[in-house]
Design a protein around this ligand. Sequence first.
Ligand code: ATP
Length: 345
Amino acid sequence: MSNRVIIQNAVKRYGDFTALNGVSLDIQEGEFFTLLGPSGCGKTTLLRMIAGFNSIEGGDFYFGEKRINDVPAHKRDIGMVFQNYAIFPHLTVRENVAYGLKARKMPAKEIKPKVDEALELVQISHLADRKPNELSGGQQQRVALARAFVIEPSVLLMDEPLSNLDAKLRVQMRSVIKKLQRRLGITTIYVTHDQEEALTLSDRIAVFNKGFIEQIGTPNEVYNHSQTEFVCNFIGDINRLNDDTVSALRAAGAEVDASKHNYIRLERLHVNVAPRSGEIALDGTVESCEYYGLYIKYYIHVGTQSLKVIEKNDGVNIYDPGQRVKVILNPNDIMAYAPSAEEVE
Ligand code: ATP
């Protein structure tokens, strides 16, 4: 049965160093929840505390109603998938997937249909008798996935499971993971430093920074309503408006608070469109452009700064370096953050 996971005030210390400083989370039954943040921010540390591989210096951990702080790892009823697959090299695919069921003393005749079904779900039935060294990275990761969920754990933990795969396979495996998780409804906690992966997979994301949570929210909340300057910089690409751009906007009648740090996302800027009510047009010159097919990214010199702009590629309105253009924006799309106390001093 899938479980709710509640963490209250988790503290983790390594000697004098505090890796987690009072982290609280409430993860719903069946939710796909991601711990996202830069390297060293404490994501893996927290995941290992949930798994029972790390000591807990403070706080309470619950699976449903049950406090698990003192429950040993093998009794927590979790499935785990790691970056390095961690499948047994001497066992076949089928034996790898059956391993957890055997360890739980399930009768052999019940194991076979369960393993068959798991192999089918991750689409590797045809590879059942191969050994791991006869598989590609993506196939090995499918074995690791099947092995984790075949035991029907109440919580599935995944630590950067796709980071060893090439870019294309990573995107393919994302949808395999998402479909499986939806279908099985297992509460899933997923660790990654890849913001795109977090945005595409998750129901909710906790953005970590140096042992703290900066924001918890849906992909849209953290992307479009970033609560902190760290989150707005970490998730997606963004323009920070410099003082001259802010002055130009204010001169044009926009309400922009010059005492704050002001940001705008790339797709919120537009080139050479007729401004609608409340929108402002700034004069600029195209410096360069990057052609991505689906969209085009422009670097446009406006005043004393270079603004990045993403436009859909309509195949008609394409601007060349050197061309004079208007950059249109709605001041309501600006995200503003008060400078931190240290910066004000
Ligand atoms: P990454 O994406 O690089 O794995 P992370 O966010 O998962 O990063 P953690 O592995 O949780 O980060 O580490 C958090 C902090 O705790 C880091 O500063 C790390 O150096 C430190 N740390 C982790 N494990 C230990 C340990 N066993 N002893 C001492 N310090 C540790």
